[in-house]
Design a protein around this ligand. Structure first.
Ligand SMILES: *Cc1c(COP(=O)(O)O)cnc(C)c1O
Length: 476
């Protein structure tokens, strides 16, 4: 399997080459040259694999179609080490819970940080350690977070050989639970940096350091953001696992509803569908930040400015542009790299938008690729959380509530609808209290974490000072 860039660069790369890279050199995103096709017979075998050997074995079957530069035995061991009941709380890893007639919730949030990002990040940590060890190299991950991504990255990389994490976050702006989750880590390779500023200041630091090419090369600066192909690939597995649990035979179709921000999660669903998994609809659910809903309704993709980006009660979906969206548009436009380069490169940077409404390809987003969309606001979120509690006795988090709200609008009779649960309610307790007047349940291992000793440096938004800190930790 070789990988290409969405912007038409003729280079072809192998999995382990792109594993540690972010964007392709031409600014595009990596995708496989072709999606491996899963036959009916194979899907039948995978059913047995999942039921008899479990999620890790299924992950190996899928990943091995895309990764041919890690020996099979090693890849199998990496999957087995990643997807354990110990790390993910249950032997099923992603159990399906029945909600009501034809509607299911797929639990993706029982990993170490209680959000679905653990599903991919835990594998990434093990892949990084493996590949860096093989090369005898080190990597310094520099990131900016306002919550879920940073903690998932830290819990995935903690204690990993060859990896250090420098995670910036806006000082005092994350929830007490999120701060406690990150800052209580005592591992020597994890560095929390609270910046006197807002999230954009943190992102600017990451950009400035990454643009200092001499520094970047010397200190092997890398990222773990959601455009990493390995993260997307890891997510493909739970679409198969969800399908297998929701059906008894392969002639049934299933729809998935996905609370979306950067389009990483639902893009994995697109890949699964392109591989031949019988998915009916891919339901994209957004919050008030409705860049994606607008595109699927109108064909216009319009990036928002900072002033137009709302702070909502499903904050992990508060995005101004959807960084993985380019992958889908590449497929939608018949893999025309030159055209994608025009739209996402020069086009977006000049006008901040493009319009595909008049292009015959746009209609295919729904007809050929199964995409539909909808939007959910704070009031919908509260109501969905209340209804789900009063009718089913289940407390769901705010992001999952956005997914469920749109799922119920897009249901088709006879087709199971699987809503992806992207976080546990305890992470967003304030809104749960607002909706239900009660605190969400807290998993036992998080009892009292706010009182644990914290390991965090408070710094000004000063690029040189951050660089000095990284250099001092590396000692070269
Ligand atoms: C990251 C995140 C999302 C959005 O996922 P994308 O892959 O960016 O679309 C939704 N919900 C939660 C809880 C998240 O952490």
């Amino acid at each position: 399997m070789r990988y290409l860039s969405t912007r038409g660069n003729p280079d072809r790369k192998r999995f382990c080459e792109i594993l540690l890279e972010g964007l392709a050199p031409d600014g595009g995103l990596y995708l496989p040259e072709a999606y491996p096709q899963v036959s009916d017979v194979t899907l039948l075998q995978w059913r047995t694999v999942y039921h008899q050997q479990g999620y890790a074995a299924l992950a190996f079957e899928i990943l091995s179609l895309y990764i041919d530069d890690i020996p099979a035995a090693d890849l199998r061991a990496l999957c087995a080490k990643t997807y354990t009941a110990e790390v993910f709380g249950t032997g099923e890893i992603v159990p399906l819970r029945h909600l009501e007639d034809g509607v299911w919730i797929e639990a993706l949030s029982n990993g170490p940080t209680l959000a679905f990002k653990d599903m991919a990040m835990q594998l990434l940590g093990n892949l990084f350690e493996y590949e860096l060890g093989r090369r005898g190299e080190e990597l310094n991950i520099l990131g900016a977070t306002s919550g879920d991504t940073g903690s998932a990255a830290e819990y995935a990389m903690r204690g990993k050989k060859g990896v250090r994490v420098f995670m910036t976050s806006p000082h005092g702006r994350m929830s007490p639970f999120q701060q406690a989750q990150m800052f209580s880590l005592q591992d020597a390779n994890i560095h929390n940096i609270a910046i006197n500023g807002v999230f954009d200041d943190c992102q600017d630091i990451v950009k400035a350091v990454s643009n200092d090419l001499a520094f970047k090369r010397k200190y092997k600066i890398g990222t773990v953001n959601s455009i990493n192909w390995a993260r997307l690939l890891a997510q493909v597995v739970y679409y198969f696992a969800g399908y297998i649990q929701a059906t008894t035979s392969n002639d049934q179709k299933v729809s998935f509803a996905v609370p979306s921000g950067n389009f990483g999660n639902v893009c994995a669903g697109h890949v699964a569908r392109q591989m031949g998994l019988p998915i009916d609809k891919l339901v994209v659910a957004t919050n008030e930040n409705d860049v994606l809903d607008e595109f699927f309704r109108t064909g216009v993709y319009r990036v928002r400015g900072t002033a137009d980006t709302h702070e909502t009660s499903s904050p992990s979906m508060d995005i101004s542009k959807a960084s993985n969206f380019e992958r889908f548009v590449f497929d939608l436009l018949g893999r025309d790299g030159a055209r994608v380069k025009g739209l996402f490169g020069e086009g977006l940077s000049k006008t901040g938008q493009f319009d595909l409404s008049a292009d015959p390809a746009f209609a295919q987003a729904a007809t050929r690729y199964g995409f539909v969309s909808g939007k959910s606001t704070h009031a919908h979120r509260l109501k969905t959380i209340q209804d789900t509690w009063s009718r089913h006795g289940m407390v769901i988090d705010t992001h999952t509530a956005d997914g469920l709200k749109v799922a119920l609008e897009q249901r088709t009779a006879g087709v199971p609808m699987v809503v992806l649960e992207t976080a546990l309610p305890i992470k967003f307790a304030a809104t749960i209290v607002e909706a239900l007047g009660r605190e969400p349940e807290r998993p036992a291992k998080f009892e009292g974490i706010e009182a644990l000793p914290k390991r965090v440096k408070v710094m000004d938004a000063d690029v040189a000072a951050i660089q000095a800190l990284i250099a001092a930790e590396c000692g070269y």
